[in-house]
Design a protein around this ligand. Structure first.
Ligand code: SAM
Ligand code: SF4
Length: 327
């Protein structure tokens, strides 16, 4: 079992497979993109599989594949098949913008991958295309409905953006009214590639909840796992539920069970902190297994207690983009 220096069990890995993306969501990246990594700096699928395998040996039992957009990597399905063969791994899930997932849905089903988070920050086409700066609304909407209809466990991630999509908060709840899907509203964080800086947000957890209560005055709090970052609610008569993730307020650090590895091999022990080590050169060197395990144990044994503490170690924290961290 992997325990950090604050006695928190670490069993969840967020593994980014690329920093590239076919959308340009304005809360994540500047319109011109970021300085994307050169191909040889990205971990290969074999290296990603190896890292997954070693971490499962160490106690990770849940891996979320993220990016950038995971499906821009042509060899993604091979990685998923490799990970699937590992009996120690209880859950593989994916976070995607759902633009490119369509042709892979049948194979995902065959692999038994059921948990898919779809990022969709508007139900209105014009708003969606303004935020993502691309014209893929139809594809995303169709893929979303197909995933739900084919029995995937789908969660929609909706970042609440002041002056951009708050008029869609209530309409997007119609999805969980009619479909067994969870809609999760996230506070915006200033990880947008440095193009937008802010120290406070208007649409925090309380503001989102109060906005929802003005249309749906009664909803019931649902018990969630201790490590869940979302606080979840059910509206009577609705098929799905909704949740709010206080990602800016950071009230969930006490039960954090996460480790992040970027597509370049950087190990991030807190979203708000600097990368602690890079595994790329270690895995490309001699005796990688032993060295990788020791390096990971070392950084997990030295984690900041909260995101606010981690942020003090990281001068350039908000110059980063989520596309290189993986969310
Ligand atoms: N491209 C995939 C997607 O959009 O789902 C996976 C990568 S994306 C970086 C992972 C998650 O980070 C998405 O749910 C996205 O909405 C979230 N995210 C990106 N920038 C964010 C920001 N500034 N604040 C909060 N969440 C953000
Ligand atoms: Fe791409 Fe996801 Fe970032 Fe949007 S949030 S630009 S889909 S990586």
């Amino acid at each position: 079992m992997l325990l950090d220096n604050h006695n928190r069990k670490i069993n969840y890995l967020r593994l980014a497979v690329t920093d590239r993306c076919n959308l340009r969501c304005n809360y994540c990246m500047p319109s011109e993109g970021i300085d994307f990594a050169k191909k040889d700096k990205l971990l290969s699928m074999e290296e990603l599989s190896k890292i997954g395998e070693l971490l499962v040996q160490m106690g990770i039992d849940k891996i979320r594949i993220t990016g950038g957009e995971p499906f821009v990597r042509k060899d993604l399905m091979a990685l998923l098949s490799n990970l699937r063969n590992n009996p120690g791994l209880k859950d593989i899930s994916i976070t995607t913008n759902a633009t490119l997932i369509g042709p892979h849905i049948d194979q995902l089903k065959e692999l038994g991958i059921k948990n898919v988070n779809v990022s969709m920050d508007a139900i209105n086409r014009a708003t969606f295309e303004r935020i993502t700066r691309r014209n893929h609304y139809e594809t995303v909407h169709n893929n979303l409905i197909r995933l739900i209809s084919e029995g995937f466990n789908v969660r929609i991630n909706f970042i609440v953006l002041d002056n951009q999509n708050t008029q869609d908060i209530i309409p997007i709840l119609d999805l969980q009214k009619h479909y067994p899907v969870s809609v999760r509203f996230l506070e915006e964080m200033p990880f947008n590639g440095g193009s937008k800086k802010f120290n406070t947000i208007k649409w925090d957890y309380k503001a989102i909840l109060s906005h929802i209560s003005s249309t749906y005055p009664s909803f019931e709090l649902i018990q969630s796992p201790k490590t869940s970052t979302s606080i979840n609610y059910k509206i009577a008569g609705h098929k799905g539920n909704f949740g709010i993730i206080p990602s800016f307020s950071r009230t969930f650090c006490g039960s954090c069970n996460r480790l992040r590895i970027t597509a370049l091999g950087d190990v991030i022990t807190c979203l708000y902190g600097p990368p602690k080590i890079n595994l790329r050169e270690i895995i490309r060197g001699n005796s990688p297994e032993y060295n990788i395990k020791r390096a990971i144990e070392r950084v997990i044994g030295n984690r900041a207690i909260t995101g606010f503490e981690a942020q003090k170690e990281h001068k350039g924290v908000f110059d980063n983009s989520m596309t290189s961290i993986g969310g």
